[in-house]
Design a protein around this ligand. Structure first.
Ligand SMILES: Nc1ncnc2c1ncn2[C@@H]1O[C@H](COP(=O)(O)OP(=O)(O)OP(=O)(O)O)[C@@H](O)[C@H]1O
Length: 249
């Protein structure tokens, strides 16, 4: 089951530059939340704080509180955080020298799973969840780079799911995909949200409207408005949200 995330007064810096200016929001378990807002408003920085990636950037610093279920995320071991909070990036980034199978199995092996048939089962179930199994089941030993862009992105989703995270962060996961591949990933989000808490950064308003239960609008490092997706897109409370979703930015 997914876990809820509760963010309180989150600030993030690059050096002296304050990029997130005190974000407070509850992200509910087993829901999908879209983060929208103009380029540079801090969407990626925000989700990178959620799995402690921001602090790996040179000069990256953050403060505030993030609760994951009952735990305080900033007091956890970052490696444990990333096991529970998986991430899929904008550009598919499979391990290029590894096979399709090894891309999914690696995290499991690193986690100590050695039994070949258990590994195979988990690889298969992850590829099935990512809606890729049928396309790759006869070519698991081929290099991951032999797959199309859309297939590589679903492989990265399978890789993230293999270690059974509770939260899945997706940073513009379809921006490099064609409409068909985009649709498949969107359908996947719809299916996955029954078991995972999903947070998806997107520039695509239609995509947010299609896949997200909740939508959050960021502007200049501040959270301007959040709520049910239908409400944000039909009757936003803030003029700035309305200007953004109607394309007036
Ligand atoms: N590694 C970095 N070093 C310094 N500044 C950075 C770094 N990464 C991002 N920034 C700055 O932080 C701000 C927020 O960037 P971020 O990538 O979070 O925005 P975004 O909303 O995800 O943008 P986009 O929609 O273009 O991806 C921007 O002003 C950006 O220039």
């Amino acid at each position: 089951m997914g876990k809820s995330i509760s963010v309180d007064n989150l600030r993030a810096w690059y050096g002296e530059q304050l990029t997130l200016k005190g974000i407070t929001i509850d992200l509910e378990a087993n829901q999908s939340t879209a983060i929208i807002g103009p380029s540079g408003c801090g969407k990626s920085t925000f989700i990178r704080c959620l799995n402690r990636l921001h602090e790996t950037v040179p000069q990256g610093k953050s403060a505030g509180t993030i609760r994951l279920g009952d735990g305080n995320l900033f007091e956890m071991d970052p490696v444990d955080v990333r096991r529970v909070i998986g991430m899929v990036f904008q550009k598919a980034n499979p391990f290029p020298t590894m096979s399709i199978y090894d891309n999914v199995a690696l995290g499991l092996k690193l986690g100590g799973l050695r039994n070949k048939s258990s590994l195979m089962e988990r690889v298969e179930s992850s590829l099935r969840m990512a809606a890729l199994w049928d396309e790759v089941k006869d070519r698991l030993r081929e290099p991951a780079t032999a797959l199309s862009g859309g297939q590589q992105q679903r492989l990265c989703i399978a890789r993230a799911l293999a270690i059974e995270p509770e939260v899945l962060l997706m940073d513009e996961p379809t921006s490099a995909l064609d409409p068909g591949a985009t649709l498949r990933v969107e359908e996947l989000v719809e299916t996955l949200k029954s078991s995972y808490t999903i947070i998806i950064v997107t520039h695509n308003m239609q995509q947010a409207a299609r896949v997200a239960d909740k939508t959050v609008f960021f502007l200049n490092g501040e959270l301007i408005e959040s709520g049910d997706t239908t409400k944000i897109f039909t009757t936003p409370s803030d003029k700035r949200t309305e200007d953004y979703i109607t394309g007036r930015f």
